[in-house]
Write a protein that binds this ligand. Structure first.
Ligand SMILES: NC(=O)c1ccc[n+]([C@@H]2O[C@H](COP(=O)([O-])OP(=O)(O)OC[C@H]3O[C@@H](n4cnc5c(N)ncnc54)[C@H](O)[C@@H]3O)[C@@H](O)[C@H]2O)c1
Length: 321
């Protein structure tokens, strides 16, 4: 099957392309290397994808901004779109950078939907976010039936993109699988995300800044589990699904597990909680589980893999210095 992956050089997108190639698919990738975080890291992600055994025969890549790209070469003959391109990150979404969230999360999604109609692409698997939920309040877990109440402009744009795609589904019959990812971690994690920042600072023996008191709870998802759920999106009944890992952990627990995998413990500096950070993300994953999917990678093992990858990168940097 020929599929399009948007955001193919990104953290999750690059893993997804590798898995799709390994599962026998022909993959078209597109990314414009937005500078919201380390561009070099994404060039490295893409280089690793291009070295994978099937890439030469079955992977083509376009460096294009989806807001202006000619969609024909991307969408013609394609059976499904994995739409991961977007502007992630809760904290930066306040203030003047909001326009880039509108552009990359909403406008680009509308363009993809129009392109799907024009080129007859029947299905989209969309990378939505737990940020659409906002605070849990009295609820124990966030479920897909709950009324979303995002606590950040980022969450608002992801919810708008979901709703936009659902309106194309209702009016024009495309199939939409919207996956609400709960904090994804693992090798290649964006270096504006907490776990990667902590690991990199730990290896450099720098202080880390912990926002809030460390008791915030997070449902974390290892990237391999996330990618398996995303590929399952090719055959899942069209709907919104929560995607989350096997357990919920506090920020303190995350730091302790990272400490155990590093040569020296992290130097923690505590500061105020940031606007838009929710106190807990806990997912009801029963809908996805009912379709036969379960996250399998234990948290400690996932962190160990991420730390091991960063140790290798750090050793290479030291060698070059
Ligand atoms: N990482 C997480 O924990 C997480 C959680 C929930 C949802 N998501 C969503 O999953 C998706 C992937 O996240 P990620 O962490 O891999 O982010 P990422 O930033 O590593 O990947 C997104 C990629 O999209 C590209 N992109 C952005 N706008 C584009 C445009 N107009 N044209 C072409 N390419 C464009 C960027 O250059 C980037 O490489 C995002 O949509 C994000 O909102 C991620």
């Amino acid at each position: 099957m020929r599929v399009l992956v948007t955001g193919a050089a990104g953290f999750i997108g690059s893993h997804l392309v590798e898995f799709l190639l390994a599962h026998g698919h022909d993959v078209v990738g597109v990314d414009c290397f937005r500078p919201h975080y380390d561009v070099e890291a994404r060039q490295h992600n893409l280089a690793e994808v291009q070295e994978s055994p099937f890439a030469a025969q079955r992977f083509s890549f376009f460096t294009e901004d989806l807001a202006t790209a000619d969609l024909g070469p991307l969408l013609e003959g394609t059976s499904a779109v994995f739409h991961l391109a977007g502007r992630p990150g809760v904290r930066d979404s306040w203030g003047s950078s909001f326009s880039s969230y509108l552009h990359d999360n909403i406008f680009v999604t509308q363009r993809i939907a129009e392109g799907m109609l024009e080129f007859g692409v029947p299905r989209i698997v969309f990378a939505s976010s737990s940020s659409v939920y906002g605070e849990l309040g009295d609820r124990v877990k966030a479920g897909e039936h709950d009324e979303p109440r995002p606590l950040s402009p980022y969450g608002v744009t992801k919810l708008a993109a979901e709703r936009l795609l659902l309106s194309y589904q209702d009016c024009f019959g495309i199939d939409v699988v919207a996956l609400r990812y709960f904090t994804i971690y693992g090798p290649r994690q964006r270096n504006d995300m907490a776990i990667q920042k902590f690991i990199q600072a730990g290896l450099r023996k720098e202080k880390i800044f912990v926002y809030g008191d460390g008791t915030q709870q997070r449902a974390l998802t290892f990237v391999e589990d996330c990618v398996r759920a995303t590929i399952a999106g090719l055959s899942l009944p069209p709907a919104v699904y929560n995607v989350a890992g096997e357990k919920v952990v506090s920020l303190h627990q995350i730091l302790d597990v990272i400490d155990a995998a590093l040569p020296e413990p992290l130097q923690r500096v505590y500061s105020a909680r940031q606007a838009g950070d929710v106190s807990a993300t806990v997912a009801d994953t029963s809908r996805l589980q009912a379709s036969g999917f379960a996250a399998v990678v234990p948290f400690e093992e996932g962190i160990a893999q991420q730390v091991a990858t960063e140790k290798k990168h750090f050793a290479l940097l030291l060698e070059r210095a």
